[in-house]
Design a protein around this ligand. Structure first.
Ligand code: SAM
Length: 478
């Protein structure tokens, strides 16, 4: 049988466009070469060639194609649009914006060009103009999820979060299968501290069968911000199931501290973080104006009777890190000092200071539970912030203090008007309420000598509020 295969340039070009659209890049290149051999050069072929090069990540080739094609056909809107996209990827925002504006002028009916121009204007900080362009794009193509998302971002940049939320809600109604829009709605609710709404958006998405790992991660974040740590842990577990190796999801899970029952940050996470941080830890903390070792030193000078020069010790430094606290108290008659920390690299830095009689790589709870030593002074600088409920650790410390012993520690403080005992503080940290710390300390048998509000450090130039607690064995008033 004589099989006749007839292919014309037009159908070949359509086939190339289809292959690019469906991301079958490898098959598209030889067909494009064939189409170019069959037909004289045209803007459509140049467009496809540039698009293919863009998809292949060959930005130089794409740029050369587009420059040549635009020189031949400067009025071609599609070529302008692709070059705008390319210039954006190359970081040439101004050139990209000029091309996108040309594309919109040349073809008033192309919502994609309007949306691109809007996003570029948003990049340039011209949010009001961005909103106008993206509004037009959305009006032309109401069910396009990425135009909606862009408009919502532009509205947020203009400070109009309510309209941004409404845009996303309308977008979800028009394109219910878009997980990107669902996630954008949850993220916006989280950003507005409306955690209940965020959970509701997530549940709606789940009911509609639209979810990815990110959605579960965001739901977990919202739940943990509502103090629903067990439910948050469930959501994070779902996220991990969907993307077990995704570093972002792993970070969300770890940073939530929600996996192990939400009562504290996981040890493996803390060890990994502080091992990785050990080299920069001290310079970073100095840059943050870290005050806790100095505050503890001042509290000890105020509370301890060291006038006769008799040494008070042994001293237990829980979560000793690189030894900044031992350094701050090194001229006082205190010691020997024993440091405990989860991170071997933080401990190695502490060892270099030669201020510790002993350094132990261990969980502080383990040491308190298994070492029967009686410590007249136990210190914990910026470490109990990795534990949510403090009741167990306070009871364990109390059991290791002799009469007259002192426990001095810092925690980050929840906003004063919060009724909660403790809540997540981000980056695997927790924050605690003053009245909870007082009540838990009393319940553990301590006499509360002082719980003072203090600035612990400065982050992005804002003070981080905290509490410095000085507790003693009941009956030992100072
Ligand atoms: C923010 S650093 C503070 C270090 C030091 N206390 C200071 O003030 O410079 C917290 C340290 O506590 C350690 N850490 C956190 N949780 C711990 C735990 N459960 N047991 C022992 N060490 C812990 C970390 O490894 C880290 O070195």
């Amino acid at each position: 049988m004589d099989l006749q295969i007839s292919v014309d340039a037009e159908s070949l070009t359509r086939r190339v466009a289809d292959l690019i659209d469906t991301r079958r890049i490898g098959a598209a290149r030889p067909l494009l070469a064939a189409a170019r051999r069959m037909a004289p050069s045209s803007p459509r072929l140049a467009e496809l060639s540039a698009l293919l090069a863009l998809r292949e990540g060959r930005l130089d080739l794409a740029q050369a194609e587009l420059d040549r094609a635009i020189a031949d056909a400067p009025e071609h809107a599609g070529l302008r649009k692709y070059r705008a996209d390319l210039r954006r990827q190359l970081g040439d925002r101004v050139g990209a914006t000029q091309d996108a504006a040309e594309a919109v002028i040349l073809d008033r009916n192309d919502p994609a060009a309007k949306a691109l121009l809007g996003l570029l204007l948003l990049d340039l900080g011209q949010s009001a103009d961005a909103v106008r362009c993206l509004h037009e794009a959305v009006a032309d193509a109401p069910a396009n999820p990425s135009f909606r998302e862009g408009l919502s971002s532009a509205l947020v940049a203009c400070g109009n979060e309510a309209d941004a939320a409404a845009t996303l809600a309308e977008g979800i109604a028009a394109a219910p299968g878009s997980v990107a829009l669902r996630n954008a709605a949850i993220l916006l609710a989280v950003r507005r501290y409306d955690f209940a709404a965020a959970v509701q958006w997530a549940d709606d998405a789940l009911a509609a069968g639209v979810a990815d790992a990110c959605l579960f991660g965001l739901k977990g974040h919202a739940l943990s911000s509502l103090g629903q740590h067990a439910e948050a842990a469930d959501a994070y577990t779902e996220a991990l199931k969907l993307r077990p190796d995704d570093p972002y999801v792993r970070h969300l899970v770890a940073a939530s501290g929600a996996v192990a029952g939400a009562e504290r940050a996981p040890n493996e996470y803390l060890r990994a973080v502080f091992d990785g941080y050990a080299d920069r830890f001290e310079t970073h903390l100095i840059s943050l104006g870290y005050r806790v070792p100095g505050l503890i030193r001042a509290a000890l000078l105020h509370r301890l009777d060291i006038s006769d020069g008799a040494r008070i010790g042994p001293v237990l430094d829980l979560g000793c890190g690189t030894g900044l606290l031992a350094l701050a108290i090194s001229d006082l008659p205190l010691g020997p000092v024993v440091g405990v920390d989860l991170s071997p690299r933080m401990l190695a830095a502490a060892a270099e200071k030669q201020l510790y009689a002993e350094l132990r790589e261990a969980d502080l709870m383990h040491v308190l539970a298994t070492d029967a030593t009686s410590w007249p002074l136990i210190l914990a600088a910026d470490v109990l912030c990795y534990i949510g409920a403090l009741d167990d650790v306070l009871a364990a410390v109390h059991a290791r203090l002799p009469p007259g012993g002192l426990f001095v520690f810092s925690v980050e403080e929840l906003p004063a008007d919060t009724a909660e005992a403790w809540g997540p503080g981000g980056k695997a940290r927790y924050r605690h309420g003053l009245s909870y710390v007082r009540q838990a300390a009393t319940a553990a048998g301590f006499t509360v000598h002082a719980i003072d509000r203090e600035v612990l450090r400065y982050e992005i130039d804002a003070p981080v509020p905290g509490l410095l607690a000085v507790l003693g064995r009941a009956g030992d008033d100072r």
